[in-house]
Design a protein around this ligand. Structure first.
Ligand SMILES: Cc1cc2nc3c(=O)[nH]c(=O)nc-3n(C[C@H](O)[C@H](O)[C@H](O)COP(=O)(O)OP(=O)(O)OC[C@H]3O[C@@H](n4cnc5c(N)ncnc54)[C@H](O)[C@@H]3O)c2cc1C
Ligand code: FES
Ligand code: FES
Length: 469
């Protein structure tokens, strides 16, 4: 039985846990405000808000309901546009009307939900954050300028929003209906009920994290299978430092990783990197282990963790084993993982005095997969010699590529233009990009070279010498 709160009502359903929240909301609950556009997480027309307890806080995140498995709603608060409708339009809805931010209206629900997600975030007040909240929403009519004006109006209204008691303030100011005030207590009671029901065993045919890969690729199979939902498992969540190593649960989402104070302390430019990964609603669902098991040759987080020389902790029936991530990828979409093995933890030594960099080039700046991406972690001694280096690149091989030979060549060498030129030659022997929709093989080699050099952007003079500028 899947139980959750949908808008202001508790719902219980025996529908397949791999069916989507979108179909449940529209076809079973007849709440037709949530729209169907692409069913691939690209357009945002199906955006809902998902409220869940994070520690002792109730946080709301925007998610694309077309990819969200119904089982992932278990124990949560799902808000469709009907759940924020009141007698009068909310200030978010009104701003969209006042600025002509809506024309045909098909995308409007998605924008309203994303902007409502923005106002529900107690740290969000700035216009830039309002705009970032709609990075997963596409509009074919307005040209976006009117929606940008709506975002200005909404963010201006956030000036008086208190840092705590956000929900109370939003209710008082008619952003959301009054029933939101009781959701925290209702979720706590629901959790109690659910806890008493757990530990029922059944044969599992498919494991799912956020569903942002699996539901796009195999929606019907997911719906028809017995699905194990990994996202809610305690042992797969959490981010912690232990004996100098960082342990990240496999079900930690890209958003949770990016928001972790611990992680932010290790990667000062993290926001810049993460902005390049999918969109807000997808990052809110996508897990780190899902990115790795997906084994896409251009998986961003795989490249990120390869450059950290990460290790995986895999479990199966209580038996654990560790494996270096660089040895995990075996071929196109092939990994060294048996079907029912679970990535429980991703482990890496945090960069201390090392330099870390992540780069990505795609056809569009946002909400696009990479033509080539690259990451590097290196440490230099006082003589300018590289004492340790790990490099990775995507889009240049059938799987996320750890550039072991290039790293070995650079090890112990002083960073000079001549050394970097030679390293590029070694890298070119190590990679084998193919021509496809993301660019020709030649173009990808050029990108790989540029991104490699970008890791040394702290020495611009050197790069100029390499490229002959
Ligand atoms: C619109 C859109 C944009 C995207 N943009 C990007 C992008 O910019 N960059 C990028 O890298 N990716 C992107 N993706 C791909 C996807 O979001 C990521 O690969 C994501 O990290 C997958 O995680 P998930 O939890 O949703 O995986 P799921 O779909 O739940 O699962 C993927 C695979 O991993 C397995 N799995 C999941 N968790 C575990 C675990 N703990 N242990 C063992 N197996 C597990 C599942 O069984 C499945 O085989 C995008 C996807 C969409 C829909
Ligand atoms: S229908 Fe397009 S993102 Fe869900
Ligand atoms: S108003 Fe028509 S798609 Fe946005």
């Amino acid at each position: 039985m899947i139980r959750f709160i949908l808008n202001d009502k508790l719902v219980e359903t025996e529908l397949p846990s791999g069916s989507t929240v979108l179909d449940f909301v529209r076809y079973h609950k007849r709440l037709a405000g949530t729209k169907i556009g692409c069913r691939e997480g690209d357009c945002g027309a199906c955006t809902v808000l998902v409220g869940d307890m994070e520690g002792d806080k109730l946080n709301y995140r925007s998610m694309t309901s077309c990819l969200m498995p119904l089982g992932n709603a278990h124990g949560k608060h799902i808000v469709s546009v009907e759940g924020i409708n009141m007698k009068e339009l909310s200030p978010v809805q009104q701003a969209m009307v006042d600025t002509n931010g809506t024309q045909c209206g098909f995308c409007t629900i998605g924008f309203v939900m994303s902007l409502t997600g923005f106002v529900l975030n107690e740290n969000a007040k700035q216009y830039e954050q309002a705009i970032a909240s709609v990075d997963g929403n596409i509009c074919r009519c307005t040209g976006y300028k009117s929606i940008e004006r709506a975002a200005i109006i909404v963010s201006d209204k956030m000036n008086n929003k208190p840092g705590t008691e956000t929900i109370g303030w939003l209710v008082k100011n008619n952003f959301i209906p009054g029933y939101f005030l009781n959701i925290k207590e209702r979720l706590a009671r629901l959790r109690e009920t659910i806890r008493g029901e757990e530990n029922k065993t059944r044969e599992v045919k498919m494991m799912i994290g956020g569903g942002t890969d699996l539901v796009v690729q195999k929606a019907l199979a997911v719906k028809q299978s017995a699905v194990e939902h990994l996202s809610g498992k305690d042992e797969l969540n959490g981010i912690r430092l232990h004996n100098g190593q960082c342990y990240i649960g496999g079900a930690v989402t890209v958003t949770a990783f990016a928001e972790s104070e611990l992680i932010r302390g290790f990667f000062p430019a993290l926001d810049k990197y993460i902005k390049l990964v999918s969109s807000t609603p997808i990052r809110n669902m996508a897990t780190l282990a899902g990115n790795i098991v997906n084994a896409s040759p251009i998986g961003d987080m795989s490249i990120f963790f390869l450059a950290l020389d990460s290790e995986l902790l895999l479990t199966k029936n209580g038996v654990q084993r560790k494996q270096k991530l660089k040895d995990f990828f075996k071929g196109y979409k092939q990994t060294d993982k048996s079907v029912d093995e679970i990535i429980e933890q991703i482990i890496f030594t945090p960069p201390q005095s090392s330099i870390f960099n992540f780069e990505k080039v795609c056809k569009r700046t946002h909400l696009d997969i990479a033509s080539v991406n690259a990451a590097c972690l290196y440490q230099v001694n006082e003589r300018g010699e590289i004492v340790s280096i790990h490099l990775a690149a995507g889009g240049v091989a059938p799987f996320p590529k750890y550039l072991g030979r290039t790293g070995a060549f650079l090890q112990g060498k002083k960073i000079t233009a001549a050394v970097l030129k030679e390293a590029i030659q070694v890298m070119n022997e190590e990679i084998a990009p193919i021509s496809d929709a993301r660019g020709t093989a030649e173009y990808k080699r050029l990108l790989a070279r540029q991104l490699f050099l970008a890791h040394f952007q702290n020495q611009p003079g050197l790069i100029k010498q390499v490229i002959g500028a």
